[in-house]
Design a binder for this molecule. Structure first.
Ligand SMILES: [Zn+2]
Length: 216
């Protein structure tokens, strides 16, 4: 089994002055329109992230994507979901639903590495994700955790975008702060399961020291 990352683009390169990473959270087919757990606006956000990345790739030392990647996540899946802690079946490892959304495709070559989470339990934060290793099985958990990998790249700041602002983006940003990264959520590049949650979620993030950026 190879121990090489999927892609070497983010490996020991010259330090970037900004030492900033873009973390694209869970922009996957099942979380976009037509998916099993569709978030309204998901596909539009996928397009917007791709356009932003094409325009601003040079702002980042590294760009990573996280993927919900479920094999047997227990009570995270339910036939009677409450859409809070129990959800319809989604993002089954290796399925089309778990693949990155095609609207990201124009910029996917600018993504250095994928980190997968939730194989055997719910995992909302991208920092629970481990690097997807080339040639490894869907259940492989031998890759480094996202936070360790970012530190190894010399990253000190992260921008977080993706789906969903009120769940996995929130959890990822809170973990980024806990791990000491200077953390920004770019809200126009997020979509929410329940937009009515946004004010409370963004207030919680700000209280935790996250910069909540709205461009409009
Ligand atoms: Zn999940």
């Amino acid at each position: 089994m190879s121990s090489e990352p999927m892609n070497q683009a983010g490996s020991p390169a010259a330090p970037h002055p900004a030492a900033r990473a873009l973390v694209i959270v869970d922009v996957q087919n099942d979380f976009c329109e037509g998916g099993s757990l569709a978030v309204a606006g998901g596909s539009v956000v996928a397009t917007a992230i791709a356009e932003d990345l094409l325009a601003r790739r040079a702002s980042y030392s590294v760009v990573v994507a996280t993927q919900d990647w479920h094999i047997d996540p227990g009570s995270h899946f339910s036939e009677t979901p409450d859409f809070v802690e129990a959800w319809p079946v989604h993002c089954v490892a290796g399925s089309d639903g778990a693949a990155l959304h095609p609207n990201l495709a124009p910029a996917v070559h600018l993504v250095d590495a994928a980190f997968r989470k939730g194989r055997f339990a719910a995992a909302y934060s991208g920092f629970e994700g481990r690097l997807a290793l080339a040639g490894a099985g869907d259940d492989d958990e031998s890759g480094p955790l996202l936070g360790d990998w970012l530190r190894d790249q010399g990253i000190t700041a992260v921008d977080v975008v993706g789906i969903a602002a009120d769940h996995c983006v929130r959890a990822t940003a809170l973990d980024a702060r806990k791990l000491g990264f200077n953390t920004t959520v770019i809200t126009p590049l997020t979509a929410s399961v329940n937009p009515a949650n946004n004010a409370a979620v963004f207030a919680e993030l700000r209280a935790a020291g996250v910069t909540v950026l709205s461009l409009g």
